[in-house]
Design a protein around this ligand. Structure first.
Ligand code: ZN
Length: 310
């Protein structure tokens, strides 16, 4: 058993306008870091292209139709002030969904202990009928639905440590009793949601806002609380929205996490998974906008996944 890395060159063809923080260089930095000799034993798989039916696990046809109709042959189309389509965006987005689903399949079939999905665009801001916050489709929420509806699991946990609230994942799983969703995020910050009073139809949503400047000690306390709740839920699979923009060097937010904090939370999530579901973790890239901090933090995250994957 080991760790599988899912990626695809199509993810490098989703292009945002010059100066946009969610840029191709992010993924290049990550893949460069994961080329180091210490990662030579990672299993590497190409992300398959998801069928439209996968997207429809969470989004209505009208959302898919709108994005397909707007996709440009050249240049950019803006879906909101932050979110753009380029000629390569649809292929990248379908493969981002496909990668998360394939990672769930691989881990549930025992092909690997855990998996990391290095794709873009990210997904956790995409709501049912609304692309936003650099996100087109809810990659992780769709993967959760696949684990539940295709693989027949009864309980899946989705844990989001990106610095921004996972409003899209929350929207897509709001009435899903079989999914525990927890997010820690800076507040106030985009998108503005994620108050602790937002608890889901079945009380299965947990939001833990963090004040600007929050560093490792408070972050670890917050995550111990989240993981206690997750443990009570007894998940059969743990999905992670792994954003690295809570790093102290990130230009989009003001938390003070370091690589060692990302390593710690990864290990704590693996502890939960080992106790409840034989260590089954599928982690998907979300944010992280300082290239050096992003590369080092992903390396720290994947290092722990590999250590724990055996
Ligand atoms: Zn973010």
């Amino acid at each position: 058993m080991t760790t599988i890395l899912f990626s695809h060159e199509a993810a490098l063809n989703h292009v945002n306008p010059p100066g946009h923080p969610e840029r191709v260089a992010r993924l290049e930095a990550i893949l460069g870091a994961l080329d180091a000799p210490e990662f030579s034993t990672l299993l590497r798989r190409e992300a398959p292209r998801a069928e439209a039916s996968e997207v429809l696990r969470c989004h209505p046809q009208v959302h898919l139709d709108r994005i397909e109709a707007l996709a440009p042959e050249r240049g950019f189309v803006s879906l909101d002030p932050d979110t753009y389509l380029s000629p390569g965006s649809l292929e990248a987005a379908f493969r981002a969904v496909g990668a998360a689903g394939a990672a769930v399949d691989a881990v549930l079939k025992g092909h690997a202990a855990n998996a990391f999905v290095a794709m873009r665009p990210p997904g956790h801001h995409a709501e049912r009928e609304k692309a936003m916050g650099f996100c087109l489709f809810g990659n992780v929420a769709i993967a959760a639905k696949r684990a539940l509806d295709y693989h027949g699991l009864q309980r899946v946990a989705v844990l989001d440590f990106d610095v921004h609230h996972g409003n899209g994942t929350q929207d897509l799983l709001w009435d899903e009793a079989r999914a525990f969703f927890a997010s820690s995020h800076q507040m106030p910050l985009y998108p503005g949601s994620g108050h602790p009073s937002e608890r889901g139809v079945h009380g299965q949503v947990m939001n833990v806002p963090l004040s600007p400047g929050t560093g490792g000690a408070e972050m670890r306390a917050a995550w111990e609380g989240i993981l206690d709740r997750a443990r009570e839920f007894q998940p059969e699979l743990v999905l992670v929205s792994a954003g690295f923009d809570a790093h102290r060097d990130d230009p989009l937010a003001g938390l003070m996490w370091t690589e060692s904090d990302f390593a710690w939370v990864t290990g704590a999530i693996c502890d939960l998974a080992e106790e409840t579901c034989a260590g089954r973790v599928v982690s998907c890239l979300e944010g992280g906008y300082d290239l050096d901090a992003l590369a080092a933090s992903v390396a720290a995250h994947v290092r722990v996944l590999m250590e724990r994957g055996g």
